[in-house]
Design a protein around this ligand. Structure first.
Ligand code: ADP
Ligand code: NG1
Length: 479
């Protein structure tokens, strides 16, 4: 198999498998299977590309959305999560152009207008537009691989089936697909055959580059989108390094993803970054109160738990004494005094990415959710790998939802209602999935109840799908 001394990948066109080498670590590139090429969706996408650009696309990239089974809002505090990739995805038909501009068109013309972008001065104003997510992936690749090269012009036609703003990670699918599109087109243009296309590296790059959009996200979405393997959920760890281990889900159950009817664009609101800031401040207070040496301002909750040597399972209970037990929330003035820092340090380290003032800091509640949720993820994985007791798994999911609702306050009345309905229609466990404040729930349903469950939930939810674990992002060569 062709690879250079560093184990990096070479692009070889003309054989059946175009790219291969250290297969599990590299981005797969294969000739498009005929049955996929013939689907109505791909035909429409290719036609759109041809009508718009007067040329044929050379590559097709596909990146899936994901459903997080358990482990909400803990990737950015350093703890592991347990998602699986969905069938729903973003596909892009791609070729390089000679205009030096990024030309984007979308099959969904109603929501996403065509865009022509000058790649020399990419900007990311608020609120984000759809093409800004493309720019994130593009910029990540160009900054990393194309040092000093003239700007790379691309023609791209996009189509997505992941409901947007719904906690299923359509944004990261866009960013990762854009990164793939850019790297592939760069190959095509330069004819260089030695750009490293290592999955882990691209994943890390996408995690960082999605932050251009303004959200301080943790990395779960890009990791599952690119590292997923068909048939398995993944236990994704971020510390000490990014790893994704297969978790086999129990037999005899189905996972359903159902939309509550309310959508939420993360990057256009302050909710998400407010939570990130609160968890960092919670870590600072814990470090102060426990006198943790080596703590650096801005460290994650994971860091202080590790340094405190308090087991994760006990951390939630210990918090009551660390945060003055009856204290519902803190003001900014109180926090500055507790931490012994200046106001501008507070601003710089914790609040600079939060677009609205925070009046009440509910640090105890946020930290309690994070530590207990992190423990639930470990439990969930352990049960999957040992007893496969589905009632216990359901209980963990239900506890997770309650915690998101009451402690993390990232639910929505429509999500709560849908969870209640799901449980009444036969789900053993049900919870919001993704960032929350709207979007989808995920429910664990015994297979013998699936038919009734599906029929009942169809009446309540416009997007209600049974979801088996799908594979991660890949690249198809079209011709
Ligand atoms: P999610 O939970 O789906 O990741 P976000 O609010 O973070 O939600 O991101 C959703 C945004 O991603 C949309 O507002 C849009 O800008 C972009 N997006 C999602 N799907 C598509 C698509 N099919 N085509 C173009 N842009 C899309
Ligand atoms: P959504 O909004 O569901 O794509 C977001 C974050 C994740 C994670 C979850 C909450 C992005 C790209 N993703 O996911 O990293 O923190 O919220 O668990 O912001």
């Amino acid at each position: 198999m062709p690879s250079n001394e560093q184990g990096q990948l070479h692009l070889i066109v003309g054989t059946n498998v175009i790219m291969s080498s250290m297969a599990s670590e590299n981005v797969p590139v294969i000739y498009i299977p005929e049955e996929l090429r013939q689907t109505d969706r791909i035909q429409r996408l290719v036609k759109r590309f041809e009508d718009k650009f007067g040329d044929k696309p050379v590559f097709l990239v596909r990146v899936p959305g994901r459903v997080n089974i358990i482990g909400e809002h803990i990737d950015y505090v350093g703890y592991s999560v347990l998602p699986m990739a969905l069938k729903q995805d973003i596909v892009m038909a791609v070729s390089v152009n000679s205009t030096g501009r990024i030309e984007l068109t979308n099959l969904d013309q109603e929501n996403y207008h065509d865009e022509s972008i000058d790649p020399t001065g990419l900007e990311f104003p608020q609120p984000p537009q759809w093409y800004h997510y493309f720019q994130c992936g593009y910029r990540g690749i160009v900054d990393r691989f194309c040092n000093g090269q003239p700007p790379l012009g691309l023609n791209v036609a996009v189509h997505g089936t992941i409901p947007a703003g719904s906690g299923l990670s359509s944004s990261s699918a866009m960013v990762c697909a854009a990164a793939f599109a850019t790297i592939i087109a760069f190959h095509q243009k330069t004819n260089m055959l030695s750009i490293p296309i290592n999955k882990l590296e691209i994943t890390q790059l996408c995690i960082k580059s999605e932050r251009y959009i303004g959200t301080d996200s943790g990395g779960m979405d890009q990791a599952i989108a690119l590292l997923a393997e068909e048939g398995s959920a993944k236990y994704i760890e971020f510390i000490p390094e990014l790893t994704a281990v297969n978790v086999r889900l129990p037999e005899g159950v189905d996972f359903y993803v159902s939309h509550c009817g309310v959508s939420m664009n993360k990057a256009a609101t302050a909710h998400y970054n407010t939570r990130v800031a609160e968890t960092r401040l919670a870590a600072a207070v814990i470090a102060k109160r426990l006198n943790i040496s080596g703590y650096r301002l801005g460290d994650q909750l994971w860091v202080v738990q590790q340094a405190s040597a308090i087991p994760l399972s006990q951390m939630g209970d210990r918090l009551a004494e660390i945060f003055d037990q009856d204290k519902h929330s803190y003001t900014r003035t109180e926090l500055v005094a507790i931490l012994g820092i200046e106001n501008d340090e507070m601003e710089r380290t914790f609040l600079s990415r939060v677009s609205e003032p925070i009046h009440e800091f509910r640090l105890y509640q946020r930290a309690r959710h994070a530590y207990e949720e992190a423990f639930r993820v470990q439990e969930f994985r352990r049960v999957c790998e040992t007893t496969a007791d589905i009632n216990r798994l359901g209980q963990l999911m239900n506890d997770s939802h309650q915690s998101c609702r009451d402690l993390y306050e990232c639910s929505h009345p429509k999500l709560d209602q849908l969870v209640t309905s799901a449980l009444s229609y036969g789900a053993i466990g049900s919870r919001l999935t993704g960032a929350g404040w709207g979007g989808c729930i995920v429910s664990l349903v015994p297979s013998n109840k699936s038919q009734t469950f599906e029929a009942q939930m169809n009446k309540l939810s416009k997007f209600n799908v049974r979801s088996g674990p799908s594979g991660g992002g890949l690249i198809y060569k079209l011709f």
